[in-house]
Design a protein around this ligand. Sequence first.
Ligand code: ATP
Length: 331
Amino acid sequence: MHHITLIPGDGIGPEVANAARKVIDATGVKVSWETVNAGEAVWKSTGSLVPDEVFQSLEQNRVALKGPITTPVGKGFRSINVMFRTKYDLYINMRPVMSIPGLETPFNGIDLVIFRENTEDLYSGIENIKEPGRAEATKVITEYASERIAESAFRYAAEHGRKKVTVVHKANIMKLTDGLFLETARKVSEAYPTIEFQDMIVDNMSMQLVTKPQNYDVIVTTNLYGDILSDLCAGLVGGLGVVPGANIGKDMAIFEAVHGSAPDIAGKGIANPTALILSGAMMLDYLGEKQAADMVRKAIQKTMEKRTVMTVDLGGKASTEAFTDAIISNL
Ligand code: ATP
């Protein structure tokens, strides 16, 4: 039995979290779900953005499936998502971006994985107003954090038969910060002689990705570029509704989609649950339930190949529930 924390979150969160839970339960893997919630909805009803029970549950179970969380502006935390990542040192943000056979998109055959550093860079929260009309933010890059994210990317590449790791940076301008990230990654690469090392400046990378995305395999980058490139890559494979993600540390992992709470479609029952269901498949992999994880991925593929039941963002008319049921029937 796996004990898992389920955080439904805000906006479309509860709709997609419910869908992901149903699909995972339908695989037959034994899961005991502990549902706790954080974010705007909880804050409105309890006055607390992250009730203690959320921390307790995470610390007990060490694995969570999480919907998107909205942080109300000016209510304590900079961002609840960033707080979880830094508090529990979830230093790897892993985002696989894959063309789903059956889904019509401008490109086919994309199969890349983004490793985004998750704890520092311009997300360090060091911002101040020096004088009226002048605001400053501090970009923090350490050798320690750069080394462990680069090591994670190269180790993943080696273990998964990947051929190339592309380090994305802007070291030509930020010579010290991005320079340190690049040089640290280069040193890490020396231990992996069979894997091609490539470095790419982030602006060029953006252009390459929207013209020849199939040329990329594993990408490792800093926090902000990783955030931006993830959304860009989502657009290449069918949109934010289909790209999963994981925040992984030494002894805890939180699985969540790349997308946000999508307030424009919240409560309408039309959100695409694929991204969170695929995040659930990554969670099953992490738990050692590889067969069930593959089953989920294949069921999604089969549903998309049939094209009869598709959510609105994918050009169909199906509700979240109908789409989820179709996936379950294809398991
Ligand atoms: P955040 O700042 O919380 O990351 P955001 O403002 O970047 O959020 P999202 O909430 O991710 O944006 O939504 C961006 C657009 O993508 C919206 O139009 C939204 O409706 C759409 N979208 C996001 N996720 C989904 C989904 N699962 N299904 C359908 N549409 C989605």
